[in-house]
Write a protein that binds this ligand. Sequence first.
Ligand code: ADP
Length: 459
Amino acid sequence: MKIKDRIALQFTLIVASILIVFSALVYSTSANYRRDEYFERLRDKARTTCRFLIEVKEIDMNLLKIIDRNTITAMIDEKVLIFDQNNKMIYSSLDDKPVSYNVELLERVREEKEIRVRDGENELLGLLYEEGEFPIVVLASAYDEFGLSKLNNLRNTIGWALLAGIALTVGLSVYFAGNSLKPIADINMEVSSITAQNLETRLHEGNRKDEIAQLAINFNQMLQRLSLAFEQQRSFVSHASHELRTPIAALKSEVQLGEQYAAGKPELQEIFQNLSLDTERLIQITNNLLLLARSFESLNKITTAVIRIEDLLFEAKEELESRSHDYHILIDYESFPQDESSTLVDGNKELIKVLFSNLMDNACKYSEDKAVRVLVSTDRSFCTIRVIDKGIGIDTQDIPLIFNPFYRAENAAGYLGFGIGLSICQRIVEAHRGTLTVESQKGTGSTFIVKMPNKSVQT
Ligand code: ADP
């Protein structure tokens, strides 16, 4: 779960729990208050009836019933029952409605002096009245319609307010969590776009005051150190291989000179031939190292021009075929481009030619028929080049590794190579904001797919 969602959820849970606890507290306090108040009224009613019955001698039962029914404070569904010490009912305020009571209830009243129970929907108060000649038990029961309806109202109001409060909390917490973590999301986006080719990019440092700004500042300082170290390493490789070229070129011409002197001396001739081969390998390695160092440069550091992909493919094909006469390179359109500009890319001519040359060279080198088919296709954003061979193929577990510098898979045993061609290719493609992928099956062949953003996308 994202931190943003976790904060929003935690905040919602905390606020919702507080709201629920407070609502429950308000409701239960109100419910208790209503109950106490109502039983107070029932007690008053019970005591008044007893007083009338016992103390006002002139009053008879019927008059008392009439008074009972017509007092202003009469309660809904009100019943008052009075029992003597033998549990004999000596007064009932009701004529028609049956009254349910039992001896245990009366005994309980005598024991506890006052009890409060529910009687169906009604509230029932049992009271022991001891102010007369003998103790009598009064049962007063009524329905608190007004109080209960107020309580019901309160419950509805609290329920809706609670729902609205929780909904509001969810909305606000999502908004505020998103808002407060936005700078981190922004940093995340910026960081994910930083690669070896654009180490000079710097993160936005915001107000330079809060913790997130401090993080961006520290990250920028780290990028600065990294880019310096990277630049030093790149320039070392570049200078070293450049410096090596002159003595190696001199070595090569001296070996060639030596070969002339060795004419007629077979042992010396063999030594010079080996020397010549090794020198050639040295030249290739230093050239590749130089290219590797150059391929780390970002697109805005290398000189670029608008290039037609097919032209470079044909140039690479010619160079390769003139160097290795047994290579068969076929270049074709997979789908004919609808627009002439869709095969135009903005890039470095020399590097892109190295890219195609390496891929075609590998395809021919690792196939028995020394043949490769190159298919060009385009869409609105990309120009796609598929380099297809029917060669030895690559093991599935080797596929992610072959782009590492100096990695040679087992299938390459017995073939000449240094293991840096593909890593150079990948860096060249990345420097041009493209992608290089491979689909391959051992024993069947490989397809290397280059996708380069076409000119219309780059501008
Ligand atoms: P190398 O000089 O060894 O060809 P690369 O960097 O060009 O170095 O390739 C790395 C490895 O990828 C090779 O050693 C080989 O194992 C594998 N490879 C590259 N291209 C192909 C291909 N077309 N068919 C089969 N294997 C390939």
